[in-house]
Design a protein around this ligand. Structure first.
Ligand code: XIL
Length: 436
């Protein structure tokens, strides 16, 4: 209580708690650790021999997720015959570098060997429980969190379960059974449900929410929910991303961002990344973030350049945005230019409201700034003032730059404003990080 009270007081007084002489953390992993969180990457065993790949991984990240090596088709391609070679390679690499490991994934409709789909009900139940047990026991004590069940719900408005051998033959109870079996196999591992297109409040995330709520009410073991967060123009960062994480956390589970990648480039991409990091930091039960790959060139969506390092392992502006959002700095120890963007609501009417964003320079003067404001569709901005806006193709993300000269002295502030037409939705816009 005392700690909370103090933090609130400091925040109200506008004191920057972390200001001072200590040099800011200069890697993603160390900056995240400063916030009590891990920062991970999906890793492919066959790239570990590529020196810049391994160096970037080892330098920057504090957790790894095997991208494919722990999936059913890799670990039990033939019934009862388990192969852990390439997953073991990743786990021992991680352990030798002091990185944590996320387990991904035990029960999933995809990358599932065809023999599983051919089993009858009783046999399938035995095979599912045996698979969970064997894989988890092999890695017992080495995995901080397991995606026990992955992607069990359909996209769209139905909130229904996705068809899979497990769903179709074992029925709705398969998820509960998988989690109970997983708890018995490695009681120390956190057990997660993981999915995509659940990053905002929608029919699919509501279905997952109801599942978790029911599990908590009935004492079915579940510790965490993973939000894949594969974001692109068709699935942009939802305006209620943080609120959605928070409502799950409020059910009494941890939340993790498990497969983050954001299509795009430049400032727009950087700002979206920054918003995701800020959202996680704002939710105390958001325990870590994993990006789905180390370098754009090996991304499963390489053509959309969705990661933090480019194909030559150079840091992208998205990298700097993430590092800054985590409170780190790649600059020469404290003197680097930074800024922050904070949102507040001003006037509100039945059909619209005005938002205000305050831009404040960090401990050095800045010569320009940019930030983003993400609306929840079908909201629209009808007016802006004291800034120069541009819009992404979805029409939901406004990138704002200064009108003319964007110079701010160290610690100085300016603000811009805008009117949001609600069109039936009064959700607050999400303001991205501030980039200099
Ligand atoms: C992807 C891998 O990145 C690809 O290499 C593979 O070909 C297909 O799977 N959701 C998940 C991940 O849970 O396992 C998927 O990974 C991406 C979508």
């Amino acid at each position: 209580m005392v700690t909370l009270g103090m933090a609130g007081l400091l925040a109200t007084a506008g004191v920057t708690v972390l200001a001072g002489t200590a040099e800011a953390a200069s890697t993603l992993g160390s900056a995240a650790a400063g916030k009590g969180r891990y920062f991970g990457a999906a890793v492919a065993a066959n790239h570990l021999g590529e020196s810049p790949y391994a160096t970037t991984l080892d330098t920057e990240f504090s957790s790894v997720t095997p991208e494919n090596e722990m999936k059913w088709d890799a670990t039990e391609r033939t019934r009862g015959s388990f192969s852990f070679g390439s997953a073991d390679q990743i786990v021992s690499h991680a352990q030798s570098k002091g990185m944590k490991v996320r387990g991904h994934t035990l029960v999933w409709h995809s990358q599932l060997p065809s023999w599983v789909g051919g089993l009858g009900t009783a046999d399938l139940r035995t095979a599912m429980n045996n698979h969970i047990t064997q894989v988890m026991q092999h890695y017992k004590g080495k995995i901080h969190s397991w995606d026990v069940v992955n992607e069990a719900f359909q996209d769209g408005s139905s909130g229904a379960r996705r068809s899979s051998p497990f769903q179709d033959k074992l029925g709705n109870g398969f998820i509960e059974e998988a989690f109970r079996t997983a708890r018995a196999a490695d009681p120390a591992a956190k057990l997660c449900y993981n999915d995509y297109n659940t990053d905002g409040v929608n029919a699919k995330s509501n279905a997952v929410y109801n599942l978790v709520k029911d599990f908590k009410a009935r004492g079915v073991p579940i510790d965490c929910v993973g939000f894949q967060s594969h974001l692109n123009s068709a699935s942009p960062l939802p305006g209620d991303y943080r609120a959605n994480l928070q409502r799950f956390a409020d059910l009494g589970v941890d939340v993790q961002i498990t497969e983050l990648d954001i299509a795009g480039s430049g400032t727009a991409q950087a700002n979206s990344y920054s918003s995701v990091v800020q959202s996680c930091l704002a939710v105390s039960r958001c325990t870590g973030i994993t990006v789905w790959g180390v370098t754009d060139k090996y991304s499963w969506r390489a053509s959309s350049t969705p990661l933090l390092f480019d194909g030559n392992y150079a840091k992208k502006s998205a990298y700097t945005a993430v590092l800054n959002a985590l409170g780190g700095s790649s600059g020469g120890g404290g003197g680097s230019a930074t800024c922050t963007a904070t949102y507040s609501k001003a006037e509100e009417w039945s059909d619209r409201f005005n938002g205000k964003v305050t831009i404040t320079a960090g401990s050095s003067a800045i010569s320009s700034w940019t930030t983003t404001v993400t609306l929840t569709s079908p909201q629209k901005v009808s007016a802006t003032w004291n800034g120069t806006p541009s819009w992404d193709s979805s029409g939901n993300v406004m990138t704002m730059k200064p009108n003319g000269n964007g110079t701010l002295a160290a610690g100085a502030s300016t603000s811009f404003g805008f009117t949001v037409m609600k069109n039936g939705n009064s959700a607050a816009p999400v303001v991205g990080g501030c980039a200099v």
